[in-house]
Ligand binder design. Structure first.
Ligand code: SAH
Ligand code: SF4
Length: 330
């Protein structure tokens, strides 16, 4: 499924055909063009041949029933993972933007794979579409999309933004920009570009350390972009967009969860529209997660300092579908 190809195939048709096609794909969630009965038969056949709607995927369902991990096989046989998280009335899809990731953060399973290739916009959108089809059977729908699966979205900038636009399209899934979040390890040129887009999604920054030395140890990309430069870019982003920025901080036992680090972090975060999201470390093979006592201590310290803090719920650990556990290398 590829919107550009679809546009091309329909280019000799009246304009309303594209609108009908989008409705069929994203609202009626058809899986075969034969279901699009508003189209003449020969057009349906052509579309089935040139723009097929099937997505090849395997579902792994977590024991807690709130997380589903979906393995998708791409046309070139590469595999990516998508996660569906249910939380009360929310259905959040966590999408991948690359096959693997080049950035090799020490705590992340995807980083261990290295980068195979970027995903196309259609491959990013297909992940959401697949979950939408799955949810339709239960009369539910996708409410939120987070770009927090495999890969660094801002190193696949154009496809990521194209995907955002398709997800946001009012003739399609119509997911509000405020329901879409992009998480980045701090790619400065990408953040600058994002600040100037006409569509404003939520921005999350993977911080994970309150100083350059530790951050560089955990995240090699921090050697390229210093914290000083990063905060300067984020402040410009906030000035332009007037939007909140979420700083993600994965708590790793005795690595970044000490009181002195909480103090340092509080100092950095004491700015309007900054907020912290504490993430329990999901075990890969490198480190150990912080104890619940250390997490609470860290959180309470930030709260006492007047910082806005949220704690991320754990999802899908039993099926390795949690943050940083996505890897299709066996
Ligand atoms: N590449 C982007 C987006 C994908 S990673 C980024 O790094 O922001 C999504 C989030 O999962 C990031 O905040 C990342 O730091 C976090 N993460 C990675 N490994 C993790 C682990 N083992 N436990 C918990 N969170 C992890
Ligand atoms: Fe890549 Fe994000 Fe994993 Fe780092 S945390 S290796 S940037 S996917």
């Amino acid at each position: 499924m590829n919107i550009e190809k679809l546009q091309h195939i329909l280019s000799d048709q009246p304009a309303y055909r594209l609108k009908q096609a989008k409705k069929a794909i994203f609202i009626d969630l058809i899986e075969d063009w034969d279901e699009a009965t508003v189209f003449p038969k020969d057009l349906r056949e052509k579309l089935n041949k040139e723009c097929p709607l099937d997505i090849n995927a395997t579902l792994t369902i977590s024991k807690d029933a709130n997380t589903k991990k979906i393995l998708i096989k791409l046309d070139d046989n590469n595999e990516i993972e998508t996660v569906l998280m249910k939380n009360r009335d929310r259905n959040t899809v966590c999408v991948s933007t690359q096959v693997g990731c080049a950035l090799k953060c020490a705590f992340c399973a995807t980083g261990k794979m290295g980068l195979t290739r970027d995903l196309k916009a259609s491959e990013i959108v297909a992940q959401v579409l697949l979950i939408s089809r799955h949810l339709k059977k239960k009369k539910e729908h996708v409410t939120n999309v987070v770009f927090m699966g495999m890969g660094e979205p801002l190193l696949n900038y154009d496809a990521t933004l194209d995907a955002v636009r398709i997800l946001n399209d009012k003739d399609g899934l119509h997911i509000g920009a405020r329901k879409i979040s992009i998480s980045t390890s701090g790619i400065i040129p990408g953040i600058k570009k994002l600040a100037n887009e006409d569509i404003q999604v939520n921005l999350a920054i993977s911080l994970h350390a309150p100083n350059d030395r530790l951050r560089q140890e955990l995240m090699p990309i921090a050697r390229k972009y210093s914290l000083e430069e990063l905060f300067q870019t984020i402040d410009e982003y906030i000035k332009k967009t007037n939007r909140k920025v979420m700083f993600e901080y994965v708590l790793i036992r005795e690595v970044n969860d000490l009181p002195i680090q909480a103090k340092k972090l509080a100092k950095l975060m004491r700015k309007p529209l900054y907020m912290v999201n504490l993430i329990p470390y999901n075990e890969t093979d490198m480190f150990e997660p912080s104890s619940q006592a250390a997490i609470t201590r860290f959180k309470n310290f930030l709260l006492r300092e007047g910082i806005e803090v949220t704690e991320r719920k754990r999802f899908g650990r039993d099926i390795s579908a949690a943050c940083g556990q996505l890897s299709t290398k066996k």
